[in-house]
Design a protein around this ligand. Sequence first.
Ligand SMILES: *Cc1c(COP(=O)(O)O)cnc(C)c1O
Length: 483
Amino acid sequence: MTRGFLQELVNILLDYISKSSQRSSKVLDFHHPHQLREGMEGFSLDLPDQPETLEQILVDCRDTLKYGVRTGHPRFFNQLSSGLDVIGVAGEWLTSTANTNMFTYEVSPVFILMEDFLLRKMQSIVGWSDDEGDGIFCPGGTISNLYSILVARFYFYPEVKSRGMGVLPQLALFTSEHSHYSVKKSAAVLGMGSENVVVVKCDERGKMIPAELESAIVAAEEKGLVPFYVNVTAGTTVYGAFDPLNAIADICQRHTLWMHVDAAWGGGLLMSERHRMKLQGIERAWSVTWNPHKMMGVPLQCSAILVKKRGLLQGCNELGAEYLFQTDKPYDVSYDTGDKSIQCGRHVDVFKLWLMWKAKGSEGFGSQVNKCLENAEYLYDQLQRRTDFELVFKNKPEHSNVCFWYIPPSLRDLPPGHDRDIRLHKVAPRIKGRMMEKGTVLIGYQPFGAKVNFFRCVFSNPATQQEDIDFLLDEITRMGDDL
Ligand SMILES: *Cc1c(COP(=O)(O)O)cnc(C)c1O
């Protein structure tokens, strides 16, 4: 029965995978929340008192995929994590079959060593020497960024662990206006207050301005705050901008501040010989966030926090629960790394990355990154050529983000200004709504500062081809030319 059931399940997965790669199939089959709640034909969210048959379970599995979004479709441009890597899927499946926990070497000997191995590999790619570097895999970049602040605070104020925030001065953190919201969220979670995160100005291209950082540090000190931490973004979420790492590292050095590099999105570029110079200076970071589940196409979730100074993670988080972390075990208990974590049970996120690395090699990841950035450049070139589109910033993309407006014919002759902005602001959401109904392509939009709603196209799926980019632009035109 088990064999028959799993074989049927494999057929469902194979069918899904094959449809996801067909351009003729929909990216999504959208239904409103009330429709899904009321139940679709043969698919109901209700939980029964009596068990369902295995046949019905298979239908439930198939329909769960059917009404979801095919993030592996070559025309899904909506989020930073996309693609459907079959080796990665195999890794995730094996992980859940092994169903073990990352607490200790005792219960996860192979995965603990793989994690150790991959963390060292990632640290050496960042540029740290063999005798420095520590880290752990986390449930996403948000949590990795949270760790960076937690560890930085512990480094300067180890007493915080037992005595709490009451014994600390009022601390200040610094991050750019284009940085990810997880920095503010972490400051709130850690009891430091989101208002004590000082937001530093960026240039037109979305990069932090070092002189602005320096004056923000001085201003915070004058107000009686104690600066201790700077978050620097390598690959911002919306613009794909890289902050000037070396210039900011100099400032951090001068003021003895913890320098964290959030390379959740940009870290993947380290795998490419062609693009890794955009992260020059990352080796000077005290900690780094890197999400293989974004640019490297590893199935969700897979994110690492790397910390340059060894032992800090353990010192900061260890509590030595005696039912897990006995010190008299019959093996080298330095491999019981679970107490570095703020979690107890921890999912095995490392195996799929390890398996994909085996399957592609470092070079395979590099060419995948190059391909995505070539797609971004192609889109940029097309946009420059067309009069019905406008770029949000003029420079060539540094990452795979391309931000643009579609200008419908009715707006094309309007002079720039408030009236045009008000109308343009409504265009992207209207097109997105039509896109979701039609299901042929999916792309995200947002406003930013004074800029009204614009599209952001991101490439992280190596299955995307130039024809998909042409299709995207033509489809936007078809859906928007009557607005
Ligand atoms: C996506 C992103 C994050 C958050 O990562 P999650 O895995 O979604 O939690 C943090 N920083 C940057 C720059 C990002 O793009």
